[in-house]
Design a protein around this ligand. Structure first.
Ligand SMILES: Nc1ncnc2c1ncn2[C@@H]1O[C@H](COP(=O)(O)OS(=O)(=O)O)[C@@H](OP(=O)(O)O)[C@H]1O
Length: 303
């Protein structure tokens, strides 16, 4: 279990964690890259369920929904542990704590696994074992804003600088996990080759019950109406914001400083309109049109 209590971690200079290095052309945290062999050779199990997203697209939300399903809709069972111990983060690595791979190796089946890896970096074992994957995609502009605030909060990420600079880096894919475009398109193109359920954050906001039904169908599970309603309630933004087992408040301030902005920040579709200037939006839209021109993948920028 990750407790963020080790002496090694307490004495760590967080600046050493902020370095991004390319891995097969994708910028990633150096700690992840240093541990890459273990990730690449990870042994999936056939009943693993993988939750995959580009950062800030709704991973924690989906993780809580799927764990609620696995716990037959019992919120008390979900409160047994923090989300990062219930749904280990495959490529996670921080000195002094078990890595995501180590955590997963010690987790009994059926396991829920979190990843932000682009599909081209996925360990082969997930495909060999025909694992089910739930992918959540969120519109590029809201992800940019959420990722910017996340960089300000998380001391293991590089200082994002001012918003204008961060947006520029993000458009170019010069951020951790690389280009949003490569990520959402890469997973979209393979959605019919493997058992992938491709969902959208905006659809979940619009009608969470409808999307939870899709998840239940995909996981071949049935639930009574009132249990589904309970899951919708327990995984609403307000409930999750106040739930210390999912809002990351258990992480020490030195690693994640939530004093100015919270992990559960706004939880809406369309917040980008409060942050993009008219000119930033024009530049973004022009670049977006080019990069998305070859795909039939469509996003709603607001609902
Ligand atoms: N229940 C619920 N409903 C709606 N929105 C929610 C919910 N839970 C988390 N969130 C919002 O998701 C954003 C965090 O994304 P991730 O969980 O993918 O972050 S991470 O990449 O795993 O760090 C972050 O988005 P922003 O508020 O826009 O920053 C969270 O607020």
């Amino acid at each position: 279990m990750i407790r963020f209590e080790s002496d090694e971690l307490k004495n760590l200079d967080t600046a050493s964690l902020q370095l991004l290095v390319p891995l097969h052309g994708v910028l990633m945290g150096k700690e992840i890259v240093d541990n890459w062999e273990r990730v690449e050779q990870f042994q999936a199990r056939p009943d693993d369920v993988l939750i995959s997203t580009y950062p800030k697209a709704g991973t924690t939300w989906m993780s809580e929904i799927v764990d609620m399903i696995f716990c037959d809709g019992d919120p008390e069972k979900c409160r047994r542990e923090t989300i990062y111990n219930r749904v280990p983060y495959l490529e996670f690595r921080i000195p002094g704590e078990p890595s995501g791979v180590e955590q997963l190796e010690a987790t009994p089946s059926p396991r829920l696994v979190k990843t932000h890896l682009p599909i081209k970096l996925m360990p082969d074992s997930f495909w060999g074992k025909n694992c089910k994957v739930i992918y959540v995609a969120r519109n590029a502009k809201d992800v940019a804003v959420s990722y910017f605030f996340f960089h300000k909060m998380v001391k293991a990420l590089p200082d994002p600088g001012p918003w204008d600079k961060f947006l520029d880096d993000y458009i170019k894919g010069d951020v951790g996990y690389g280009s949003w475009y490569d990520h959402v398109i890469g997973w979209w193109e393979k959605r019919n080759d493997y058992r992938i359920l491709y969902l959208f954050y905006e659809d979940m906001k619009e009608d969470p019950k409808r999307e939870i039904r899709k998840i239940l169908h995909f996981l071949e599970k049935e639930m009574r109406e009132e249990v589904i309603d309970k899951i919708v309630h327990h995984t609403s933004f307000q409930e999750m914001k106040n739930n210390d087992m999912v809002n990351y408040k258990t992480i020490p301030n030195e690693l994640m400083d939530q004093s100015t902005t919270s992990f559960m920040r706004k939880g809406i579709a369309g917040d980008w309109k409060n942050h993009f200037t008219v000119s930033q939006n024009e530049i973004f839209d022009e670049d977006y049109k080019k990069k998305m021109s070859g795909t039939n993948l469509h996003f709603r920028m607001e609902i």
